[in-house]
Write a protein that binds this ligand. Structure first.
Ligand SMILES: Nc1ncnc2c1ncn2[C@@H]1O[C@H](COP(=O)(O)OP(=O)(O)OP(=O)(O)O)[C@@H](O)[C@H]1O
Length: 301
């Protein structure tokens, strides 16, 4: 059964597109990343999943049940982390979690909250009003996961967390996922998705560009070469670099080009030509988006 099923989902803010005709499914037990630049429509989609925003059109089902119908039990099966975690009260972290546990009919001691807070190095005795941005995020994460939900929906969970805590957070998610929890999270950061997720949906300007298995993206990824050759000047023709990449460029003594597939033959060819300096990078997320975007719009023409 699908944990999440979305079809033809649209949201318009007046004439402005929030998202348009978005469709995807997330299987039970899956780790699913939702990735896109600022303003792509990630939070809009997530808020509609959480019934905090009313869709302009389309359908959402959670655990096989369409939203909008009377399903009072659905919310208690989900953990939700909003993108901006606001806490403005005199309560301590401990008190906030106690209230949150009660909302699920649980005692705090029976939840995972205290253990999780310790693992994320969150001091629960302090007032939440005085928490830093990172500590607010940690509290939000604990609140989201403490009742062992069947599905965790996390809107940019790692922003504001330092790398060690991010690492611990993903360990925590992995453990819960192994016990059966489905994970759906949004991010700007491709490396997080690559390390953690089974599948990823790319969204841009309100449109879902593609849904891919992460291992397939890794194969598709290009490598960007920046080379200073031993011989001076533009050697594009001499080395037939435009056969590797028709968009190869020569500027300020550097040749830059992108190659997909195995890089060993390219390295051999460059070594034969003589190399003074070499950089091989993965393209940025933005470059992958741009490639996806142009393929997508070309396909439409
Ligand atoms: N309340 C609103 N009123 C008008 N436009 C909105 C509103 N909320 C979002 N939008 C617009 O909808 C689009 C999608 O925004 P959304 O917040 O869903 O993107 P996002 O992918 O979550 O971005 P970010 O990564 O910056 O949080 C943007 O163009 C945004 O300006």
């Amino acid at each position: 059964m699908d944990a999440i099923s979305v079809s033809g989902l649209s949201k318009y803010y007046g004439k402005k597109i929030g998202v348009e005709n978005v469709g995807f499914t997330v299987s039970k037990g899956e780790k699913f990343g939702f990735i896109g630049p600022n303003g792509a429509g990630k939070s809009t989609t997530i808020r509609m999943l959480m019934q905090l925003l009313h869709p302009s059109g389309g359908e959402i089902s959670l655990f096989g049940k369409p939203l909008g119908k009377e399903n009072p039990d659905i919310r208690s099966r989900i953990g939700y982390l909003p993108s901006e975690v606001q806490y403005d009260s005199d309560m301590s972290g401990h008190q906030v979690l106690k209230f949150a546990a009660r909302a699920y009919g649980m005692n705090l001691q029976d939840t995972m909250a205290l253990k999780m807070a310790e693992r994320l190095q969150l001091d629960l005795s302090r007032k939440v009003r005085d928490y830093s941005l990172g500590n607010r995020k940690k509290l939000g994460i604990v609140q989201c996961l403490q009742h062992r939900p069947e599905l965790a929906v996390l809107d940019e969970p790692t922003s504001g967390l330092d790398p060690l805590i991010q690492h611990e957070f993903f360990n925590l998610l992995s453990e819960l996922n192994k016990e059966g929890m489905t994970v759906f999270f949004s991010t700007h950061v491709l490396s997080e998705v690559e390390r953690f997720c089974d599948r990823v949906a790319f969204i841009r300007e309100g449109k879902l560009l593609r849904v891919s298995r992460v291992d397939e993206i890794a194969e598709r990824l290009l490598r960007k070469f920046t080379v200073i050759l031993r011989d001076q000047g533009n050697l594009i023709d001499k080395l037939a670099l435009n056969q590797l990449d028709p968009n190869v460029e020569y500027q300020h003594g550097e040749h830059t080009f992108q190659v997909s597939g195995p890089i060993e033959p390219v390295l051999r060819m460059l070594a034969d030509a003589g190399v003074n300096d070499l950089r091989v990078e993965r393209p940025s997320l933005e470059e992958i988006f741009m490639k996806d975007y142009s393929e997508h719009t070309e396909g439409e023409q």
